[in-house]
Design a protein around this ligand. Sequence first.
Ligand code: TRP
Length: 458
Amino acid sequence: MTNERKSIHGEWSNRLVFILAATGSAVGLGNIWKFPYLTGENGGGTFVLVYLLCIALIGIPVMMAEIMLGRRGRQSPINTMKMLAKDENRNQSWVWLGRMGIVAGFLILSYYSVIAGWALSYVFRTGSGMFIGASTDVVNGIFGDLVGDPERLLAWHTIFIVMTMVVVARGVKNGLETAVRYLMPALFALLLMVVAYAMTTGHFMEGVRFMFMPGKITNAGVLDAMGHAFFTLSLGMGAIMVYGSYLPRGTSIVQATMYIAIADTVVALLAGLAIFPIVFANGLEPGAGPGLIFKTLPIAFGQMEAGTLVGTAFFILLTFAAWTSAISLIEPAVAWLVENKGINRLYASMYTGIATWLLGLGTVFSFNIWSDKTWSIPYIFKNYSFFDTLEKLTFNLMLPLGGLFIAIFSAWCMREASSREELDTSRWIYRLWQILLRYVTPIAVIIVFLKAIGAINS
Ligand code: TRP
């Protein structure tokens, strides 16, 4: 019976399209913007190691679980959880997992879009030759001018939200495939070119050492590494679940997950290898925060052969990568509105787009007119900017929590017969998956949470 469920939103035409779309969702600003600056802020080596462990032991099994739940439920995360809880004779409160995910996706997109706007604006800054031979001070100044100007940030944020909602309104299956099939490999090739440039700076090994030599890490750093494993693989909020709900039967979930996770990790590591040598060669700070790639890459593009062309193409492709990720952040909300509120995709996209745009204003202002304003969430966070509050709330709290409950539901609450049928893999892979989700994920998430509670608030 469950086998015959169909999604009202359609299906991917084949397995490759699913892998491409899910890779498109996974590879984004998380890999190229966030991974390097988190690595820098958290002191390098040990952070990277913990992140890799989290990908292998938590991220990969949770991704399999999310795809599996989606394919079994065939609906938006809320309705999927409702239906699966019923199938498995479990409490209906599991719908809250879907609800929290939809809220998390909406919150994340509101700031993701602002940062994607930075990438988009750098297409034009690089294209105009602004960075040719520019010193670190000039490059820093250009970044400072951009984020200090609410009007410009607002314009780019608006363009990015409109771009995202246009695709979502047309249905994620049209257009996404071509974008990912050609543009992802192109982004990969350009990253390799920047890595090649980084090798010529004379500081390549210093970058490598920073990334891979274990050192110190704080409890907050471990929480960042775990949060990032969820973020970079698009887990914990139902994005991959909803993509899984469009997945045809007979596709190996285990294999697809491995492709996606490997591609995602390789892109992040390359981004680090591209950026840290530039940081050290120019005497910059690895812990420069969210502006890191915008303060380092332009220096490289200003110096390398054909840098204007390479740099412009790079930021175009980075924007595309952000675009294919953004779509997956809002798709669960749109799918739910279509299922439950009886409105069509166009209106559902318009409403969610407007709401996301409005919330994004908070992030836009937090870099300029609200830069001194701080926000607190009682018992959770104190005195962070609007952007940091949203960021920490989703990244450090909602995603790991979502991942924890996905693990509990799929490994403890679902009958083995159901998950075994859906995963359809060898006995020992199934057991390994089950052990990781039953014990490793919950224990790891809980320990990291407990240790970090003190750290975040201090
Ligand atoms: N994974 C994307 C990135 O690395 C961001 C993203 C897309 C995401 N969908 C998500 C993050 C769902 C968390 C949950 O840029």
